[in-house]
Design a protein. Structure first.
Lengths: 166, 251
């Protein structure tokens, strides 16, 4: 009976995982980014399902490790982190709150309503996260990490990262 | 046909991305401008990530306990199933870019079709990869047009690259017995359908790029069944020597 009472609920676990930062962009959590897909108890074992963002992203292995470590710090000793490919991760899963955090950090959040495959160029304006100007231009579709593109603001002339729609 | 067609197919897909990824990696720190250096490094990373999924699937289906790493580092050239195009040397920047475009223009419609595969494991790898490859194609298409329809120097370099590489494009869409079996069971698309899309895509882009395709080029094949050009051996030697020198080493 004691053991049952000591077992945290899945909601508790979700809340704890909100404190696990993304290794590349530490202002947002792995939950904010939609990387954590499921949390469930299988008997006495807690199974956390995560999904990779880009298939070659080096942060993927680090994220699994950090999720496991964070839960061990909460005294959960039977934790399994599983990876799931399908449905493929999309930037549509990034929460509104995380989009604000990205902007405050200097990264323009993904522009909604832009298709992924085939319709690659942003249809709406990518707004400069520093000065708010809509007059920006893409320097390269590839940036400092797989998930970002490289942009430049034509008003304040600053370069910035755009978290590209995926 | 002795081999399991689905294993062969996973090896073909994974060896294409592995060998091309290894080739593209060599540009890291050497590209003509920083943005393109970063772009190539990111694209190579995507390709290696996709390799992990395809070779992981091949190893799992084979059932002998071989991992994606085992397959990448412990097979010799005759066991590799990549198309000849992917192993061709980098040459200059234009040459690398043309090779990338000729590959991306096939890879994108191929993966798009594979998202509808009757095999759910293949469909999910394709769905994951196709979003990355859409960005690859967008870039290589754009740059081939800009450099082809650019200065006389850039035009000549792109035309030289196309003349050298076009003969390797046919293998991507030439079906053999394995492709026919997979198409019949809905695991993979009929390559004739992909070829039609490929021809349309490349014809439009080369027209815009003011480049001319050698219509009578004799298409080279063999990579898909393990008969490679002399370019593959040195590539594998460089890629595999560290792992073979320290078997089982991890960090």
């Amino acid at each position: 009976m004691m053991a049952l009472e000591a077992k945290p609920t899945c909601d508790d676990v979700w809340r704890w995982l909100e404190d696990v930062p993304d290794p590349e962009i530490p202002v947002v959590s792995v939950v904010d980014l939609g990387i954590v897909r499921a949390v469930e108890w299988l008997g006495d074992e807690l199974v956390v399902t995560v999904t990779p963002t880009y298939s070659g992203c080096p942060a993927t292995a680090v994220i699994s490790m950090e999720v496991e470590e964070a839960l061990r710090r909460k005294n959960l000793d039977r934790v399994r982190v599983e990876s799931r490919l399908s449905p493929a991760w999309t930037t549509a899963w990034i929460t509104d709150e995380a989009r604000e955090k990205l902007k405050a950090y200097g990264i323009a959040p993904p522009v909604d309503g832009v298709g992924c495959a085939g319709a690659l160029k942003a249809q709406g304006p990518v707004v400069c996260p520093r000065c708010g100007a809509a007059a920006t231009e893409r320097v390269s579709a590839f940036g400092s990490t797989p998930c970002k593109a490289h942009y430049r603001c034509k008003e304040c002339l600053e370069p910035f990262d755009y978290f590209k729609t995926f | 046909m002795s081999a399991d067609p689905i294993i062969e197919f996973a090896l073909r897909m994974g060896d294409n991305t592995l060998v091309l990824g290894q080739r593209v990696c060599a540009w890291c720190g050497h590209a003509p401008v920083l943005e393109e250096d970063i772009a190539f490094a990111n694209i190579a990373l995507d390709l290696i990530g996709q390799t992990r999924m395809w070779l992981g699937l091949a190893g799992e289906l084979e059932g002998k306990g071989r991992t994606a790493d085992d397959l990448a580092y412990w097979r010799n050239d005759g066991a590799f199933r990549n198309c000849l195009l992917t192993e061709q040397p980098n040459g200059d920047f234009g040459h690398t870019l043309m090779r990338q475009y000729l590959f991306d223009a096939w890879h994108y419609p191929m993966l798009t079709a594979l998202t509808q595969s009757s095999d759910p494991r293949i469909a999910e790898i394709a769905a994951k990869s196709v979003k990355e490859v859409a960005y690859h194609l967008d870039r290589s298409r754009d740059l081939v047009i800009r450099l082809g329809d650019g200065t006389p120097v850039s035009h000549d370099r792109m035309q030289t690259a196309l003349d050298a590489l076009w003969r390797f494009s046919g293998e991507l869409t030439t079906a053999d017995e394995i492709d026919d079996v997979l198409a019949a069971s809905g695991v993979a698309p009929a390559l004739a359908d992909i070829e039609a899309q490929y021809r349309e895509e490349t014809a439009g882009v080369f027209r815009a790029a003011t480049l001319t395709v050698l219509d009578d080029a004799m298409m080279q094949t063999g990579g898909k069944t393990g008969f490679h050009s002399e370019a593959l051996g040195p590539l594998l030697a460089e890629m595999q020597f560290l792992h073979r020198s320290h078997p089982g080493a991890t960090w």
